[in-house]
Design a protein around this ligand. Sequence first.
Ligand code: ADP
Ligand code: MG
Length: 498
Amino acid sequence: MKQERRLLLLMEKIDKRFPGVHALDHVDFDLYEGEVHVLLGENGAGKSTLMKILSGSLPRDSGRIFIRNHEMQEIAHMSPEHAQALGIGMVYQELSLVPTLSVAENIFLGRLPRNRFGLIDWKRVHGDAKASLNTLGIDLDTHAITGSLSVAEQQLTEIARVLASQPRILVLDEPTSALSDTERTRLFEIIRRLREKGVGIIYISHRLAEVPLIGDRVTVLRDGQKIGTFPTSEVTEDQLIQMVVGRKLTEQYPKHGVEKGEVLLRVENLSVPGKLENISFEVYAGEILGVFGLMGAGQNELARALFGLEPAYTGRIYIRERLTPIRNSEGAIRVGIGLIPRDRREGLIPMLSIPPNITLGQVSQYSPHRVLSLQKEKQVAQRYIKELRIQPPILDRPVLYLSGGNQQKVVLARWLYGDTQILVLDDPTRGIDVGAKAEVFSIMDSLSRRGIGIVFISSEMQELLAMADRILVLRRGRIASIFQRGEVDQEDLLRSAS
Ligand SMILES: Nc1ncnc2c1ncn2[C@@H]1O[C@H](COP(=O)(O)OP(=O)(O)O)[C@@H](O)[C@H]1O
Ligand SMILES: [Mg+2]
């Protein structure tokens, strides 16, 4: 960054309350030319609210906003039109495109270019729209109806729309949530290019990993309060986690050493044609066995095979040292195996509420009359809502409306209720907040202390290193290594996996 960077934006003591929520508690924020300032925080921290106040779509309760327009100038009342005139461009988290209009019309909405007869110059509309999409590296038909595009394409169209207005201050609110890795990389290149040109960029994220990739500075918000602002080169990911969730790293990864017990699961020469080859390992009572591999190395098939979903497997599976073929999920459940699938939706019935989602499948086993009374079902649900801190604790709302982390807890509750001995977790923290992750880890820890054996598949090496007693590395369907806790680091895992 250049030394003589000028301040573009200063927000001072911005305060905002919604009924029952202090969304922003006297928050300060600033932005310089040619920098990417990341606004980081968990869901509900107040990030979008702060930026909606900047873009004039929400009024503030108090606080001051200054924006450079040649000189720094105080803006007493911000409106969307005023913000746009000041060069503030905002890509909202919720898409704001008109679904019935074409891509080109959306990109130039409100400022369609006209020819000298005062008519809309359609040739130019489509030409310019095409050009602005091209700078994003997107090949989209500008005549396509926006509502018919994929979410990622709509997101990119939205970004193209805001870029076409050539903002001096660009706000991107969680822009990568719907994007693929390639699209994200391309977006980051564009951000870097704009930064070189002196544009100030505010990049909102709840993904820690993106901070060092794109940010010059980072401001952490938690529960409406500003925790601090730092150059990204001066904070570690661990420090950021602590600031975002408000607890120490040892609390992020609660792990107690557990004396391991008998062998609960023994797998010998497990093969699934084309996917897994000669896999052998064992899992002890109270042990967390981590499984790591690059994408498609066979981890998903391993989880499925252990739960009876790869009935064509060969090899032997022993439960408590007894040879136990597992050819379907009923069979797996009967011998005490539970699966938290990679896709949470497979583990839940979205339209049903928490109680039936927990007791489902356990009814005949647990009720003396083969039917679980609604009364009993509610009691069970209340117990797990309390124990796992499922939020909000509402008994009659479809689980569809719960956050990812809380849905995950409902799936976990089902297996706890079902007296599971061996639990297979296939990437259980994918797409959930750091705070909810810590709770999932804490549940894993307490399960292992109860003597449950856990197979913990994850793509996050740090999680595995922190939580697993041993880590099995898969490479192209085979075991590449098995490491002991404490004798391995991220580099070893990667080297072994690739
Ligand atoms: N329009 C609104 N009405 C009531 N509460 C809101 C509204 N917008 C946001 N909130 C609340 O304000 C808090 C901050 O929300 P938000 O700024 O969207 O967080 P973030 O973008 O960091 O996830 C949350 O508790 C949210 O529920
Ligand atoms: Mg938000």
